[in-house]
Design a protein around this ligand. Structure first.
Ligand SMILES: Nc1ncnc2c1ncn2[C@@H]1O[C@H](COP(=O)(O)OP(=O)(O)OP(=O)(O)O)[C@@H](O)[C@H]1O
Length: 295
């Protein structure tokens, strides 16, 4: 497993003291967050707290409002109603300072197929204002952190889907963010590639202590890797806690029996709003065939 510099390791975290961020504040705090596309309400009064240093999973089916909420938190969408804060900074009032604290890996492709891995990460280093004298080392470090050092000088179009996802992770890491936000980081990947992506995320997190906010459909991943999760349905958080708390709670409410899974918890809190055939949730495995999209 690759190594990644922590607070004292040269790359450190973004969000230097002059950023104005509150070191004691929650990494993310949303209160009554709402966002509508015309008549359609995507986020409907979201209350969410992500603690500093944790890996937090925002879970839910297609259309639950996860991406819209993430886009508000990352300042890519405005916050028309309610409040969203990142390390205490109001995302509506402090957009640029918030952006400096964030690394964001969107669902949409962010790697350029015609550039090498190194060029892709260097581009992000420039965009995110990594000081020129540190750039080369930081790019190398980010590529190393995601296991792409040996493939760094190959064109991204020759990468597998899992490698592209790791390249996108390196792009987000090069600015040494305090908060890494990943929207469906493993969708469309095979089980081995999913595991590799997660291993790199967890290794960087262990080395730096950064906070990770991830959206996923994969309940098994959330169960395995997330410290806490929130189950989102129809624009709101319906339950949150550690995976163990949520499953124990459901088991207690059922009066015992076999241990429920997180998916059982989700079905319980979402009630009849989910398609029982599984079409809306279990089978939402949109193939994000990253490699072919890059190619
Ligand atoms: N640009 C847009 N214009 C209109 N409606 C939108 C737009 N983006 C999202 N929506 C709608 O907002 C709702 C929430 O979508 P969102 O993408 O936030 O959900 P999600 O939980 O991230 O789902 P997915 O996993 O499919 O991305 C959905 O009903 C969706 O159709």
């Amino acid at each position: 497993m690759s190594r990644y510099g922590g607070r004292d390791g040269g790359a450190g975290h973004g969000g230097a003291p002059e950023s104005g961020a509150d070191a004691e504040a929650a990494a993310v705090s949303c209160t009554g967050l709402r966002y509508s596309f015309g008549e359609s309400t995507a986020v409907d009064g979201l209350d969410l707290t992500v603690r500093s240093g944790e890996v937090f999973g925002l879970l839910g089916p297609n259309g639950a409002g996860k991406t819209t909420a993430i886009r508000c938190i990352t300042t890519l969408l405005p916050v028309p109603k309610g409040m969203a804060r990142v390390f205490g900074l109001d995302v509506a009032a402090d957009r640029m300072r918030v952006r400096r604290l964030l690394g964001y890996v969107p669902q949409q492709l962010s790697a350029d197929s015609g550039l090498t891995g190194r060029e892709n990460v260097s581009l992000f280093a420039r965009v995110f204002d990594v000081p020129r004298r540190e750039r080369r080392a930081r790019v190398d470090q980010a590529l190393e952190a995601v296991g792409l050092a040996d493939a760094a000088d190959r064109l991204a179009k020759t990468y597998s889907g899992g490698m592209v996802r790791r390249l996108e992770l390196a792009q987000a890491l090069v600015s040494a963010p305090r908060l890494l936000i990943l929207d469906e980081p493993t969708i469309g990947l095979d089980p081995i590639a999913r595991t590799v992506v997660w291993e790199h995320i967890m290794a960087v997190r262990a080395a730096t202590g950064m906070t990770v906010l991830v959206t996923t459909h994969y309940m098994d991943e959330a169960d395995q890797y997330c410290d806490r999760v929130a189950l989102m349905h129809k624009g709101r958080v319906r339950a949150s806690g550690t995976p163990r708390e949520l499953t124990d709670d459901l088991r207690a409410r059922r009066g015992g029996g076999p241990a429920p899974t997180l998916e059982d918890v989700f079905r319980d809190v979402a009630g009849s709003g989910l398609n029982e055939e599984g079409g809306e949730f279990r089978d939402v495995r949109r193939t994000r065939t990253t490699a072919s999209r890059v190619g």
